[in-house]
Design a protein around this ligand. Structure first.
Ligand code: NDP
Length: 499
C-alpha cells in the first residue's frame, strides 16, 4: 500500500457528508427533538457530524410507521419469494456500497478500514442474504394429532421489533438483528449506539432503494436514555433484540415488565476463558489464535478471549508467542489499509480502559504494553496489554474491560482446577480449550459453562451456528442461525376438526 493510497482514504474521509436524520417511513426526516450530539471519530477526535438526539416523540413516529407497515401487511403478506428478492437486493446494495459503508464505520468507531472492508461490510450483507434465503425454505409443522383433527403449528412474525445495538460491530450486529426480524415478516425500529449511528442510518436508505416498502425498516439515532428507553417501554413494540452491557440488558427487562411484557432477547457481555493445557497441539498456532482472540478490534468484542488459563509448564513459551504476535498489532491509523489495530471507540471508553491499565499494574504484573498511545494526534489508542500473576478475585479478572487487555491465570496439577478457574466468572458467552487429548477436550468443553466452546481454535463462526450466552451473558434468544427466528416469531396452533 502506497502513501498515495493511504492519503486517498484520508481525502475521502475529509469529504464525507453523512446522512444524520432519523430514517422513518422511507425517508430521512426532520427531528422532533431539538437536541443534537456530536458524533466524534476516535481516530483523531474530529467531529464528523452533529446528529439528532432523538427522543420519545421521534421514537413514537418511528414505531407508528413500523406499526402501520406491519398491520397493513405490506411486508408480511408479500409472497415469500418476493420478500426474499427484496432482501437479496438489499444485501446486493450493501455490497455495492462497500467503500462508503466501510469508511463510515471506520470513521465512527476507529476500526481499521481493512477490517471494515473485508469483515464488517461483507458480514452485514451476507447475514441479510442468509436470512433472505431462508424465507422460502423454512417450513411450519403439522402436529401428530390422529385422524380426527389437523393441528397446524405456524410461526408468525411477532410484529414490531425494536433493535438496540452497541458500537463495536455496528453493521454486523445491525444485520444479526434485522436479518431474521425482516425475513420473518416483522417491521423494525433500529436504534444504533450514539458512538456509531452513521452506517445504520445509511442502511435505512439502502433498504428502501433496494425495494423494502417504506416503514418496514426505520432507524432512529439517539442516546440510551432519550431514545433507547422510550423504545424499550413503547406499548406498540412487540419484541426487543438487544446487544450491549449486562447493566442495560437488565433495564430492558424492567422496561418490558413495566410496559406491555414485550419479548426481550439479550446478548450481553463476556469474559471468555482460553483454557490451555501443556499438551496443546501447536504452541505457536495457539499463541497466534489467543493474541488475535483478544486484540482483534482492539479487544472490543463481547466474546473476546480475555482470560488465559494456562498450565504452568507451558506458560512462558505461550506468552513469548503471544508477545511476538502483539508486536505486529501495534495501534496505527485506521485509515491506513496496513493497520491491524485501530482506536478505542470513544474518549470515555478510552479513559475506562486506561483506568483498568492502572488498576492492573497495582493488582498484577504488567508483562506487555500497558500504555495509551497516539499514532494519530487527538485519537484514542491503547497498546496490546498482558497482565500475569492474575487471580479471579482481581477486578481486571472479573470486569469486562472491553479493550486489548489479556489477563493470565496459571494452574498446575489437577485439570479440574482449569475448569473451575474458567467458569469462575459471572459471564458465559464463550470459552476455548486447547489440548491434544480428545477425551479431555470433550470433557472440558462439556463442563465449561458458555454458549460457544471452541476446541483447538478460536472465533471460528458461521451464520449457520447460534451465538449467545449463559449466565450474565444473556438469554431470551440467540443471534445467527435459524434459532434467531425464535425470538422474532411466535407459534400459533390452529386446530381443524375433521370428525
Ligand atoms: P451499553 O449497554 O450502555 O449500550 C448498548 C446500547 O444500549 C446502546 O445503543 C446504548 O445507547 C443503549 N442504551 C444505553 N443506556 C440505555 C438505557 N438506559 N436505556 C435504553 N438503551 C440504553 O454499552 P456501552 O456502549 O456503554 O458500553 C459499556 C460496556 O458495555 C462496555 O465497556 C462493555 O463492557 C459492554 N459492551 C458489551 C457489548 C457486547 O457486545 N456484548 C457491546 C458494547 C459494550 P447509547 O450508547 O447511544 O447511549
Amino acid at each position: 500500500m502506497t502513501d498515495t493510497a493511504v492519503r486517498s482514504w484520508q481525502d475521502r474521509a475529509a469529504a464525507v457528508v453523512p446522512e444524520v436524520g432519523a430514517f422513518i417511513d422511507g425517508e430521512h426526516v426532520e427531528p422532533r427533538s431539538q437536541a443534537t450530539f456530536s458524533d466524534i471519530s476516535p481516530r483523531d477526535g474530529r467531529v464528523i457530524a452533529q446528529v439528532p438526539n432523538s427522543d420519545s416523540a421521534d421514537i413514537d413516529a418511528a414505531v407508528g410507521a413500523a406499526r402501520r407497515a406491519f398491520d397493513d401487511g405490506r411486508w408480511r403478506d408479500m409472497s415469500p419469494r418476493t420478500r426474499k428478492r427484496r432482501l437479496l437486493a438489499f444485501a446486493d446494495a450493501i455490497d455495492a456500497h462497500t467503500d462508503e459503508l466501510a469508511l463510515l464505520e471506520s470513521l465512527d468507531v476507529g476500526k481499521p478500514i481493512g477490517d471494515a472492508l473485508r469483515v464488517d461490510v461483507p458480514g452485514c450483507a451476507n447475514t441479510i442474504r442468509w436470512y433472505a434465503e431462508a424465507i422460502d425454505k423454512v417450513y411450519d409443522e403439522v402436529a401428530p394429532t390422529g385422524p380426527n383433527a389437523l393441528a397446524l403449528v405456524r410461526r408468525e412474525p411477532v410484529g414490531v421489533v425494536g433493535a438496540v445495538i452497541p458500537w463495536n460491530y455496528p453493521l454486523i450486529l445491525a444485520a444479526w438483528k434485522i436479518g431474521p426480524a425482516l425475513a420473518a415478516g416483522n417491521t423494525v425500529v433500529l436504534k444504533p449506539a450514539e458512538q456509531s449511528p452513521l452506517s445504520a442510518l445509511r442502511l435505512g436508505s439502502l433498504a428502501v432503494e433496494a425495494g423494502l416498502p417504506p416503514g418496514v425498516f426505520n432507524v432512529v439515532p439517539g442516546d440510551g436514555p432519550s431514545a433507547g428507553e422510550p423504545l424499550g417501554r413503547h406499548p406498540q413494540v412487540d419484541a426487543i433484540a438487544f446487544t450491549g452491557s449486562t447493566e442495560v440488558g437488565r433495564r430492558f427487562l424492567a422496561y418490558s415488565a413495566e410496559s406491555n411484557l414485550k419479548e426481550v432477547a439479550l446478548e450481553l457481555g463476556g469474559k471468555s476463558p482460553q483454557v490451555v493445557f501443556a499438551d496443546c497441539p501447536d504452541v505457536d498456532a495457539t499463541a497466534q489464535a489467543i493474541a488475535w482472540g483478544i486484540f482483534y478490534n482492539a479487544g472490543q468484542t463481547c466474546h473476546a478471549g480475555s482470560r488465559l488459563v494456562v498450565e504452568a509448564a507451558i506458560e512462558e513459551q505461550l506468552l513469548a508467542g503471544i508477545a511476538e504476535v502483539a508486536h505486529t498489532l501495534q495501534p496505527a491509523d485506521p485509515l491506513d489499509t496496513r493497520t491491524r489495530m485501530g482506536a478505542i471507540v470513544s474518549a470515555a471508553q478510552h479513559e475506562r480502559v486506561r483506568r483498568y491499565l492502572e488498576l492492573g499494574q497495582q493488582e498484577a504484573q504488567l508483562r506487555l504494553g500497558g500504555a495509551a498511545v497516539e499514532p494519530v494526534k487527538g485519537g484514542c489508542y491503547v497498546e496490546p496489554t498482558v497482565f500475569t500473576g492474575v487471580d479471579n478475585t482481581m477486578r481486571i479478572a472479573r470486569d469486562e474491560i472491553f479493550g486489548p487487555v489479556l489477563t493470565v491465570h496459571r494452574f498446575e496439577g489437577d485439570p479440574d482446577r482449569a475448569i473451575t478457574l474458567g467458569n469462575d466468572t459471572d459471564y458465559g458467552l464463550a470459552a476455548a480449550v486447547w489440548t491434544s487429548d480428545i477425551n479431555r477436550a470433550h470433557r472440558v468443553a462439556r463442563e465449561l459453562r458458555a454458549g460457544t466452546v471452541w476446541v483447538n481454535c478460536f472465533d471460528v463462526s458461521d451464520l449457520a451456528t447460534p451465538f449467545g450466552g449463559y449466565k450474565a451473558s444473556g438469554f431470551g434468544g440467540r443471534d445467527r442461525s435459524l434459532h434467531a427466528f425464535d425470538h422474532v416469531t411466535q407459534l400459533k396452533t390452529t386446530w381443524i376438526g375433521l370428525g
